[in-house]
Structure formats: structure tokens, C-alpha cells
Design a protein. Structure first.
Lengths: 192, 286
């Protein structure tokens, strides 16, 4: 393969995913500059390993996998977040009671309407990486369980339980944020 | 159709919201939702949250020039290495290339400069400290490389970016000359790989900074670059220790994200390993 062919193929197979990788990197790190560095490094690694890439296989999953591993290498080990890896299937997923279930649908809707971008970022960053990654991939990038399982290297059942727990934690944080912004569930009920 | 309890329903709701359920399971969970108000509420909230988060995806905007910058860095990575020129200096002088680099630069024209610095002595030296300080200033300021053969131009460039006046006599005193991209290996005593692994191999809190045409921020990069036997230098700058070596194209710096102590340990270990290669690992760390 000539250099020009290699660049062309890389463009077609890998660089088409640049926006998705950047958005995901931004959600994982919470910062623009760090997202840029992470994606730059991901593409450099992918480019160097591109000779081993087989056209037709899932380039997106391959790139997301490099992105996540790079992220873990750069950030997680230093923050000792590895200790926060969830128990997954060991305990029942429901666990404790969920007070938000008492919220009326209209109240919940009004609350989400008050949530700001900063709240979303903070709530995602508050999640342990194991949850954050699957929530971002599933909810923000719309990836299927099979693909997420491949990227994160966990069984599909674990993807599911991490999504359940991750979303529940996320929802609680967003509801709390909405309350701080002045949506009181009691008042909202009276208003409807 | 088997009965669904709320614990199982939680996962089925998750999969239902994500469109990942088989038709059979969809029937099972729908039947449960009709009977169980809690799970029905949970289902509504999950569905709404997913739609909300999907809409928030658009809040992150890709910088308009980012694609161009990624492509530019890939093109640089694909360039063949520059041919080495003969070293034309005094018999005792050793030359080390430093490519000053910063990763955080946004939207700046990329120019290349390679500085070469004379290594005035083995091991820890004022030279390494200068090198570290210039690199530090460069990374803080967000500078890419500049290529020049002109000492005046280099002095002006450093004055602008290092933050204090640098004149041509100062450059000469520092043994710092512009050399337009010459790539020369550095000389010195090698680090035994076994000692290196004992000291640094398992330290989780080390972060690697590499400066050069090839950017590699990973500890793996440091490992693979050290596969050959290299001289690792210990340098201190503003009270922080760092370990540095050059593989002829890239200046590698090892610093710590866990504060001064972690890096001090690592750099001290490297320095001690250099000085006394037969030292017991545990003694060098402490």
C-alpha cells in the first residue's frame, strides 16, 4: 500500500468517526483540551497500527477501544479510580429504594427542562468511569450493546447492569441539580 | 410466559429503552409494567432520560479546525525520519537534540524548530536543568517547534516564549545552538533494563511527556523507547524532579501526576541506577 492509499483508506475507515470520538472524549474527560489530546493520541495510535487493520471489520469499535484504553492509561490510573469498578452482577441491580419514583411525570419533565449543560457534565464526571463510558456510548452516541461490549470488553449482561446503575445515578444527580435551580417537586405539583 | 420480578424488570426496562429486547421479552416486560406502578414509573423516567441525554449530545461541538489539526499530526507522523548530518563539534562535546513541543496548542500555525544543546557533562548537569526549564516554559506557553539556523532568531524566539531575556551570549554560555534539525544520538552509560523495570515498571502514577515530532503521551511509549539501552538523565526544575532521555529524535520526559514525591522517587531511582548500576533496587527507591 502506498502512503497515499494508506491515507485515503484511513480517511475513509477511521477519520469519518472523528466527531463521535471527540464528543465521547469530551464526555469522558469533561474538558475540551483533554478531549483534543485524547483524540489526537487515539488517531496516532490507530494510524501506526493501521497495517494490522482489516478493512470491513468494525473500525468504529476499534477506534473507541483505543480511545478508552488511552483514556484509562492517561487519567484513571493516576486518580486511582480503578477501585471504583462496580460489582456488576454480584448484587441485585435494584438495591435500595428509589425516591424519585414518586415524582409526577410533569414534575420530572419540568426538572429535566431546568438542567444545564454544566449539570450534565458534572453528573457524568461524578459517575465512576465504568458507568460513565457505557452511558455515554449508549445514550449519547447511540451504540448497540454488542458494540459497547466489544469496546469495553465486558459481557452484554454487564453492559446492561452498568447502564441501569449508571442512569439511575445520573438521574438522581440531575434531579438534585434541578432542585438547586429552583424546581421544587412540591411547587411543581401545585403548578400543574 | 414466565413471571417477571422487579429486579429482573429493572434490566429488562433498560434493554427495552435501548431497543435491545427480543419480541418475547418485550411481551413479558409489558405485562409486568401494566401490573407494577413502580416499574412503570421507572420505565417512563428511563425513556425520558435517554431521550434527554441523546439531545444533550449536540451540546458538545467539535472545534471547526480540529479535523485539520488531526490530519496534520498524522501527516507529520507519517514523514520519514530526517537524515543525520555529521557532528562537527569539539571532541568532548556531546550533542542532544531537543524538539520543543506542546500538545495543547489551539489554532496556531505550526512551524518547526529543532534546538541542539551541548551536554556539558555526564549525569545531572546544569544543561539538563536548562533543557528542562525551556521545555517546561514551552509546554506552559503552548509552543510548537521552530526551525532556525540563526542564533539571533533563536534567542528572540526563546526570549518571547521562555518568559525572560535570552541573548546570543547566554545561548553560547549554555551551549545551546540552533542546528536546524540535525539528529544525533547522545552518549553515556546505559541503564540496565532490569534495574529500570524494578524501579519504574510498576509505578502507576507516572505520566510520560514526550517532546518531538512523534508525540507519545503513554507510559507504553516510554517503555518501548527505553527498549534499547539509553542514558536517562535526572533533572530538577522549580523543585520538581524529572527523568529525561533522548532517543535521537525525541526528548522523553518522565514526570509524575501524583505530586513531587512520586517523581522524586522515580528520578532519584534513575539517577542512582546510573551512578551505581549494581545497587539493590529497594535501596535506590528510598
Amino acid at each position: 500500500m502506498t502512503d497515499a492509499e494508506r491515507h485515503r483508506l484511513f480517511e475513509k475507515e477511521a477519520l469519518v468517526h472523528l466527531d463521535a470520538l471527540y464528543r465521547t472524549a469530551h464526555r469522558l474527560t469533561g474538558h475540551r483540551e483533554e478531549a483534543e489530546e485524547l483524540v489526537q493520541e487515539t488517531y496516532l495510535k490507530a494510524f501506526r497500527a493501521f497495517d494490522r487493520y482489516e478493512p470491513g471489520t468494525n473500525a468504529r469499535a476499534w477506534l473507541f477501544r483505543i480511545l478508552r484504553n488511552t483514556f484509562l492509561n492517561r487519567y484513571q490510573r493516576s486518580k486511582r479510580e480503578a477501585g471504583a469498578v462496580p460489582l456488576d452482577d454480584v448484587e441485585p441491580v435494584l438495591g435500595a429504594e428509589d425516591p424519585d419514583l414518586g415524582l409526577k411525570a410533569e414534575t420530572y419533565e419540568a426538572m429535566l427542562g431546568r438542567v444545564l449543560e454544566d449539570d450534565v457534565r458534572d453528573a457524568l464526571m461524578a459517575l465512576p468511569e465504568a458507568y460513565r463510558t457505557v452511558v455515554v456510548l449508549a445514550d449519547m452516541e447511540g451504540l448497540a450493546y454488542r458494540e459497547i461490549a466489544e469496546i469495553v470488553d465486558i459481557p452484554i449482561g454487564t453492559v446492561m447492569s452498568r447502564l441501569f446503575r449508571g442512569r439511575r445515578a445520573l438521574r438522581r444527580d440531575l434531579v438534585e441539580a434541578a432542585k438547586r435551580h429552583g424546581i421544587d417537586p412540591g411547587l411543581a405539583r401545585q403548578a400543574t | 410466559m414466565t413471571h417477571v420480578d422487579c429486579n429482573e424488570a429493572a434490566l429488562l426496562i433498560t434493554a427495552l429503552v435501548d431497543g435491545e429486547l427480543s419480541a418475547d421479552d418485550v411481551g413479558r416486560i409489558r405485562a409486568h409494567l401494566e401490573r407494577c406502578p413502580d416499574c412503570a414509573a421507572r420505565h417512563r423516567m428511563e425513556e425520558r432520560l435517554k431521550a434527554f441525554m441523546a439531545a444533550r449530545s449536540a451540546d458538545v461541538r467539535v472545534p471547526p479546525d480540529f479535523g485539520a489539526r488531526v490530519r496534520a499530526s498524522l501527516s507529520r507522523a507519517a514523514e520519514p525520519p530526517r537524515p543525520a548530518e555529521p557532528v562537527g563539534s569539539g571532541a568532548r562535546a556531546r550533542w542532544l537534540p531537543i524538539s520543543v513541543f506542546a500538545a495543547a496548542l489551539v489554532g496556531m500555525t505550526v512551524t518547526w524548530v529543532t534546538l541542539e544543546m551541548r551536554n556539558v557533562g555526564p549525569g545531572v548537569s546544569p544543561f539538563m536543568e536548562t533543557l528542562a526549564s525551556i521545555h517546561y516554559a514551552a509546554t506552559q506557553a503552548g509552543i510548537f517547534q521552530v526551525r532556525t539556523q540563526d542564533p539571533e532568531e533563536l534567542a528572540a524566539w526563546l526570549t518571547e516564549h521562555v518568559g525572560h531575556p535570552v541573548t546570543v551570549p547566554v545561548l553560547e554560555e549554555l551551549g545551546l545552538t540552533p542546528a536546524g534539525g540535525r539528529v544525533v544520538e547522545i552518549d553515556g552509560s546505559p541503564v540496565p533494563m532490569a534495574l529500570y523495570r524494578d524501579y519504574l515498571g510498576d509505578m502507576p502514577d507516572l505520566t510520560l511527556m514526550a517532546a518531538g515530532p512523534e508525540v507519545n503521551w503513554s507510559l507504553e511509549g516510554w517503555h518501548s523507547a527505553l527498549e534499547g539501552e539509553r542514558t536517562v538523565h535526572h533533572a530538577r526544575f522549580r523543585g520538581e524532579d524529572m527523568a529525561l532521555f533522548s532517543d535521537g529524535e525525541t526528548l522523553w520526559m518522565l514526570v509524575s501526576t501524583c505530586g513531587e514525591e512520586g517523581m522524586s522517587q522515580a528520578a532519584r531511582a534513575v539517577a542512582v541506577a546510573l551512578a551505581t548500576p549494581d545497587l539493590e533496587p529497594a535501596a535506590a527507591i528510598r
